[in-house]
Design a protein. Structure first.
Ligand code: G
Ligand code: G
Ligand code: MN
Ligand code: NA
Length: 255
């Protein structure tokens, strides 16, 4: 509970403790960037960096989750506007939780921020997980429909690890599938994982969705991935998450 109190205080009065890092997603065939994923980072004054997964676990069932997501939305849209001002049209993805999908306030928050900064909705994508869709499926689905109507992208994150993945593909207006890193990382050792990645890529193609492999850590995995027809990837092999103001220089080095 101390952690949650400290985090709320960080959001409200010690803003510099909470930052976003951005991890590039690229085409493995052309090297071109297709976007970045925003990932929350909190440096606790006493404990140092707090693992985001740990923070989310305690925040998810509280009102602090909404504060966190509001902050992420504000910062991501502002960052995309800043990149645009610097001549860089880059799509950014942000993660939301079950609570955000249930409440649905994120749609109006995004709409207001996009309008304020003059950012086209296509430059934002919201990442949702199958488990986040589970808690109250009809409310969560309604939020996803409204996000799509706003014109932002919607990615299904951690694909294949949740419940009833294929139902979501049928019912939701998605733009992207993110193939979970457990399958991607497993390809080197396990031919079943490679088969799952290959099938997911084919499925995405048939449905007109982007498929992005997550957690590409080494050259061997990159080559295995090429064999499955998956061309889009994110992972430590490409780049670690980095502060937003480092992204333009990173991109310039790739060109
Ligand atoms: O970046 P890292 O490995 O610490 O992320 C751990 C987990 O936290 C991942 O599942 C990621 O999706 C999630 N995560 C990272 N940033 C955010 C965020 O801003 N909001 C939400 N809801 N989840 C996030
Ligand atoms: O659940 P989600 O896919 O949003 O989680 C993204 C998380 O994965 C982030 O915490 C990010 O730091 C982490 N990540 C990104 N690339 C790699 C990678 O190549 N290997 C591993 N192990 N984690 C990664
Ligand atoms: Mn994600
Ligand atoms: Na994921």
């Amino acid at each position: 509970l101390g952690l949650l109190t400290d985090f709320r205080q960080a959001l409200e009065t010690k803003r510099e403790q909470v930052t976003l890092h951005y991890q590039p997603q690229v085409s493995l065939t052309t090297g071109e960037p297709i976007g970045v994923e925003a990932l929350l980072r909190w440096r606790h004054p006493g404990r140092g960096p707090v693992p985001t997964a740990e923070l989310l676990q305690v925040a998810e069932h509280t009102a602090v989750m909404q504060l966190l997501t509001t902050r992420v939305i504000d910062e991501v849209v502002q960052q995309v506007a800043q990149w645009r001002a610097d001549g860089l049209n880059l799509r950014a993805s942000l993660n939301v939780s079950a609570r955000d999908l249930h409440g649905g306030e994120i749609v109006d928050q995004l709409a207001r921020r996009l309008a304020l900064h003059g950012v086209p909705p296509e430059l934002i994508q919201v990442e949702i997980t199958e488990s986040a869709l589970m808690s109250d499926a009809s409310r969560a689905h309604a939020t996803v429909e409204r996000l799509a109507a706003l014109g932002v992208g919607v990615a299904l994150d951690d694909f294949g690890t949740g419940y009833s993945s294929l139902q979501h593909l049928r019912k939701l207006p998605l733009t992207e599938i993110k193939i979970d890193q457990s399958f991607v990382g497993g390809m080197a050792r396990n031919s079943d994982d490679a088969a799952i990645v290959r099938s997911t890529v084919e499925l995405a193609r048939a449905l007109g969705l982007r498929a992005v492999a997550e957690g590409v850590e080494n050259e061997y995995t990159r080559q295995m991935l090429a064999g499955t027809g998956c061309t889009l990837a994110q992972g430590f092999l490409v780049a670690r998450p980095m502060p937003g103001d480092m992204i333009p220089a990173w991109l310039a080095r790739q060109a």
